[in-house]
Design a protein around this ligand. Structure first.
Ligand SMILES: Cc1ncc(COP(=O)(O)O)c(C=O)c1O
Length: 378
């Protein structure tokens, strides 16, 4: 069995003809396409009016890929903590008018944005929504990405596309980006992502666990990070544009939500597994299913050996030089988090098998008894 963390493109999708416009889900006229989330953030930060000292408040629980665009735009990054439910904790921070505040919808779990927006409005702060893990849910009245002065998305995390980021500009006091990006058939990074997607599709279909091979190859071939937008100003690949125009958004979003609910129902009550987000708020389109365990590294290793692409976010990519004693919520998430796949390609049998593998792995880890699970149990 092989359960990848990201959704997989189907050959029908690649071969289908274009449907609606590719940015329909993001509102269209105020949305711009880039090669990655970080490229969209860079373009957005460049639009912010400058006056004072250029400071941006970011959560301590964040990956370091956001630092280069922030620093390139001359912003000083200051940290705030998050709660156990991933909400921003602003009590301890002292922003000044003109500062920017970045809020993350971790794992596609929609943060309550009304209080955040009121906080920023009262102090004259620019609000940036980091929707890199998220998607707007057209069936909900809460649309992530519509609250911030700026919002950005990273498409490859939720959708079966090789690359892509979206910038949304919601404020009339901010200008609009130019959209003169070079159109490419595929950048080398996108090409590599396409090959990975093909390998994932074959392995998923055939039930081959390719994670040990991928883990062994990673130190040799490196990680598949998007190109540095500071040195490589390309737009998204034309493959991404094509796929965006023919995806069935509504059904893939519903399927993710359904898979989240199913996994939640099975994992609830398993000793050794805590469920920090037992009830995703309205507007959430879960990217993954976050659980808390006492030793995520070892549980992840065992699940990967079974074919489940579980990982701890952001793992070694956490912002550098953080004193975690100052950020209790961040420290807890960093110490205990493990993310499980729940994307739209997974059927009930995958969810059930994964939940049983988790139960068995944790049971064995904690010295409890658990029934062995094999692929033949399905
Ligand atoms: C929370 C968050 N924001 C932004 C990004 C950047 O997105 P991308 O990898 O598409 O540049 C990432 C991923 O690296 C992320 O996890």
């Amino acid at each position: 069995m092989f359960i990848p963390i990201s959704p997989i493109t189907t050959f029908t999708q690649v071969l289908s003809s274009q449907g609606s416009t590719h940015l329909r889900l993001f509102g269209g006229s105020n949305a711009w396409l880039y090669a990655s989330g970080r490229a969209a953030l860079l373009a957005g930060l460049r639009l912010l009016p400058r006056g004072g000292p250029c400071r941006i408040w970011i959560p301590a629980y964040l990956c370091r890929s956001l630092l280069p665009p922030i620093e390139a735009c001359g912003f000083k990054a200051l940290l705030y903590d998050i709660t156990d439910q991933l909400q921003p904790q602003f009590e301890a921070i002292t922003p000044e008018a003109g500062d920017a505040v970045l809020v993350v919808h971790y794992f596609g779990i929609a943060q309550g944005m009304e209080p955040v927006r009121a906080f920023c409005k009262a102090r004259g702060l620019f609000l940036i929504e980091d929707c890199a893990h998220a998607l707007p849910d057209p069936s909900s009245s809460i649309h992530v990405g519509s609250y911030g002065d700026l919002a950005f998305f990273s498409l490859r995390k939720q959708l079966p596309v090789p690359d892509g980021g979206v910038l949304m500009v919601n404020s009339s006091v901010i200008g609009q980006p130019s959209s003169d990006h070079q159109l490419l058939t595929a950048t080398p990074v996108a090409l590599r992502a396409i090959l990975t997607m093909v390998a994932h599709r074959i392995a998923f279909q055939c039930g081959w666990n390719i994670l040990p091979l991928k883990d062994r190859l990673r130190p040799v071939v490196g990680s598949a990070e998007p190109p540095d937008p500071l040195n490589d100003d390309h737009g998204p690949s034309s493959m991404t544009r094509h796929l965006l125009s023919c995806l069935d958004w509504e059904s893939l979003i519903q399927k993710k939500k359904e898979n989240y609910r199913s996994l939640l129902a099975i994992l609830a009550g398993i000793p050794g597994v805590d469920l920090p987000i037992a009830s995703p708020p309205e507007g959430s389109v879960p990217q993954v299913f976050p659980i808390w365990v006492s030793d995520p590294a070892s549980v992840s290793q065992r699940l990967r050996a079974r074919g489940i692409d579980a990982f701890s976010w952001p793992g070694t990519e956490l912002l550098p030089n953080i004193d975690l004693t100052l950020y209790r919520g961040t420290a807890t998430w960093h110490r205990r988090n493990l993310c499980l796949p729940i994307h739209q390609n997974l059927a009930p049998r995958h969810i059930e098998w994964m939940a049983r593998c988790v139960q068995e792995t944790i049971g064995r880890h904690d010295g409890c008894q658990a029934n062995p699970v094999t692929n033949r149990d399905l």
